[in-house]
Design a protein around this ligand. Structure first.
Ligand SMILES: C[S@@+](CC[C@H](N)C(=O)[O-])C[C@H]1O[C@@H](n2cnc3c(N)ncnc32)[C@H](O)[C@@H]1O
Length: 332
């Protein structure tokens, strides 16, 4: 992959599957006559709305002088255009990954607390226009982005709209109205699944009131933290002996996939504890339509988005399982 492509995040949106019925409705209802992409790349999004929604006025900007657009650094400022709706897929580069790849983005990151360029891009877009449609990482749903109240909907795309990257994404539609989270709709593909408020209600946070150590060979509890592609092995907790894995030699290198956890539970309660953890994770997955779990690159064979249980949520689940067992022990 070319260096410029990585530095500028040049992954164009080749397929139109992001233009779901609810996204089309949102764009139509904005009554905007100009489609505006401040990170225009090959212009694929503008072409899509011209062909599918009849936009005649298209404006694109890009930092790359080799492209046919007016040159603009849209992470610094996006010029306002009357009657325009921004429709874009900004570059995504996490601060950590930029420094790992020796890409110097300090001029953007130095003035913000954000950990990814796309959040800076969102700020600039929402400053410039009332209506914004942005294809951004799905992890945005669980972020603390401060202007979420301007969202109208979020559409998770399970199919990959890109040819050259597998980043899990969603389409975020913003307008200029301040809303409660229960007015903000979450769709998976074409289907309405929840409101943002529902998702917030299901979320549990760790209290850090129990000693739990991750990634330790001393641990008795195994965690498969990522769905496998085979549609058989999903995220689950189990005795380490029940998970076929060369724990001794590999725990350090693949600790995001499978990990050993140490938590003080007496032997007689271990079975119940594991069942309780798996029940909580199952309930969270069903109630949130999986949205609370971190998306993981690539789908399962049947086309479901794979998910990862991050250690923060894993900790919160174990704390709750522990509490449930103590509570049920007391009432027995
Ligand atoms: C992910 S691509 C998306 C292209 C197009 N919106 C699409 O979806 O097909 C991001 C584009 O933003 C451009 N870009 C990167 N940094 C930029 C900046 N600071 N200002 C303006 N454009 C930038 C890149 O050159 C690239 O063409």
């Amino acid at each position: 992959m070319g260096e410029k492509k990585i530095i500028l995040g040049q992954f164009n949106t080749k397929s139109n599957l992001w233009l779901k019925p609810q996204v089309k409705e949102f764009i139509k209802n904005s009554n905007c006559k100009i489609a505006y992409d401040p990170f225009a790349g090959a212009g694929d999004l503008l072409t899509a709305v011209r062909e599918q929604l009849g936009f005649r006025s298209l404006i694109g900007l890009d930092l790359d002088e080799a492209l046919d657009w007016q040159v603009n650094d849209s992470l610094i400022e996006i010029p306002k255009i009357d009657g325009a709706i921004i429709i874009t897929n900004p570059p995504y580069i996490a601060k950590q990954s930029a420094s790992r790849k020796k890409i110097d983005l300090s001029m953007y990151f130095s003035t913000t607390k954000y950990d990814d360029i796309y959040l800076i891009a969102l700020d600039r877009m929402l400053e410039a226009e009332d209506f914004v449609v942005a294809i951004i990482p799905e992890s945005f749903i669980n972020s603390n982005y401060k202007q979420k109240y301007r969202l109208s909907s979020i559409t998770i795309l399970e199919e990959n709209p890109f040819e050259d990257t597998e980043n899990p994404v969603c389409v975020a539609c913003f307008d200029n109205r301040i809303k409660d989270y229960d007015e903000i709709k979450i769709y998976k593909n074409d289907k309405l699944i929840n409101t943002l408020q529902d998702i917030m209600n299901i979320r549990i946070e760790p209290k850090n009131n129990i000693n739990i150590t991750f990634n330790t060979l001393k641990g008795w509890l195994g965690l498969r933290a990522i769905d496998s592609t085979d549609d058989i092995k999903f995220i689950n907790f189990d005795f380490k002996e029940n998970i076929k894995y060369d724990w001794k030699n590999r725990i350090k290198t693949s600790s995001r996939h499978l990990t050993l956890i140490d938590i003080g539970i007496t032997d007689e309660f271990k079975n119940r504890f594991i069942d309780e953890c798996n029940k909580i994770i199952h309930d969270i997955r069903i109630k949130s339509s999986d949205v609370l779990l971190t998306p993981f690159k690539g789908n399962t064979k049947s086309g479901k988005r794979r998910r990862r249980l991050d250690f923060r949520l894993a900790r919160a689940i174990m704390e709750q399982a522990y509490e449930n067992i103590i509570r049920s022990g007391k009432s027995e």
